[in-house]
Design a protein around this ligand. Structure first.
Ligand code: NAD
Length: 345
């Protein structure tokens, strides 16, 4: 906790339902810690703790860099996701969240969904991402990524137009397929790739798009590589293969390690930090928390473009990666905040 600057870590257990959960509140300088609930069968308690510490800290940076008045928090429920289905367990979890009195606001994450949050909402108000909320954030995330890509194009080519740009979208899931369709609709030369062959074929059919086999994306000559599938795709094995000018996509933790940001920069490839460009999801649940509408979230997500351009300019001025510029910006916001006390619910 001390090394990571975490404010609070709480362990919860409920013998009746078997709930075992850890909630980490990293930093509430800018507002209550908001972050999803991840359900995973961690090998050891230490692994679960490490994950929740890492993820909650990442949420602080994501919220700060998105100019949101929110802090960072995250929760893990330990157990086999297929067996964590009991409503009583989610009600118990809601009571756990509730006793943090609004310092932590929960939402969906890996293996937890809207239905689970509906149950959590029976026992706490400190939950977003319910069926009464603003709905699936994925199209808004895609909207933010679209504007982020435009900002990168502006920075690299001096024009933000996507028409005729060659853009490879990796992953045609909830975010990737919306992004790829938006890009194609604006005249981009979109090539798509997914391990799900049916998804690729359906998209290619509908949009007359080119397809790329999963492994070939890293060697594909293009203007923009947009990873929208899984994390760690820029790694020691792929970083020297990339034949693009820009890496900008929705995936979390695109870089296997931070040093890969430097490796990309040295190769003259602009990397848009995942946590900046994919903030549309957080922006959506933040809008829900603050009582905004879905249209407001779309508008705020579009502003990711200008925010990213500002960070690219800062990185150029300082001779750093955009990742370093984004981290520094988030830290400046935290340091400059008027309130350095714990946020009140
Ligand atoms: P999803 O699960 O709906 O889609 C992921 C897609 O990637 C699937 O179609 C899957 O078949 C494909 N895929 C998996 N491995 C692949 C590989 N090796 N090569 C090519 N395709 C592969 O997920 P999503 O909601 O679209 O999110 C995509 C990424 O964006 C994830 O990293 C997620 O964490 C991140 N993200 C999503 C949101 C959101 O609002 N959904 C917000 C922020 C970040």
């Amino acid at each position: 906790m001390i090394d990571g600057g975490h404010e609070q870590v709480s362990y919860f257990s409920d013998t009746e339902t078997g709930l075992r959960a850890i909630v980490a509140v990293h930093d509430t300088t800018l507002g209550p810690g908001l972050g999803g609930t991840r359900i995973l069968d961690y090998d050891t308690e230490e692994r679960a703790l490490e994950d929740v510490l890492r993820l909650s800290k990442a949420m602080t940076y994501k919220a700060a860099a998105a100019d949101l008045d929110l802090g960072g928090g995250k929760a893990v429920i330990v157990g086999d996701p297929d067996e964590i289905t009991d409503e009583a367990l989610f009600e118990a979890y809601g009571r756990a969240v509730d006793c943090l009195a609004g310092r932590y606001i929960t939402s969906v994450d890996v293996n937890s969904g809207v239905d689970d949050m509906d149950v959590v909402a029976r026992t706490t108000d400190h939950v977003v991402g319910t069926s009464d909320g603003l709905g699936d954030p994925s199209p808004i995330t895609a909207h933010g990524v679209f504007h982020g890509i435009r900002a990168c194009l502006e920075a690299v080519y001096g024009t933000e137009t996507v028409a005729d740009r060659e853009i490879v979208v990796q992953g045609l899931g909830k975010v990737g397929r919306t992004l790829a369709a938006d890009l194609a609709a604006r005249g981009a030369d979109v090539a798509v790739s997914d391990v799900d062959e049916a998804a690729v074929a359906a998209f290619a059919d509908e949009h007359d798009a080119e397809t790329v086999p999963p492994e070939a994306v890293y060697d594909r000559d293009c203007d923009v590589f947009a990873p929208c599938a899984v994390g760690g795709v820029v790694n020691d094995e792929t970083v020297d293969r990339l034949e693009c000018d820009i890496v900008a996509g929705a995936a979390n933790n695109v870089l296997a390690e931070r040093r890969h940001a430097t490796a990309l920069r040295e190769r003259g490839i602009l990397y848009a930090p995942g946590y900046v460009i994919n903030a549309g999801g957080l922006i959506t649940v933040a809008a829900e928390h603050f009582g905004g509408a879905r249209e407001d979230a779309y508008e705020d997500a579009a502003a990711i473009g200008d925010r990213l351009l500002g960070l690219i300019e800062r990185a150029d001025e300082r001779g750093t990666t955009v990742l370093e510029a984004a981290d520094a910006y988030a830290e400046e916001r935290l340091e400059g905040a008027e309130s350095t006390t714990l946020a009140q619910p």
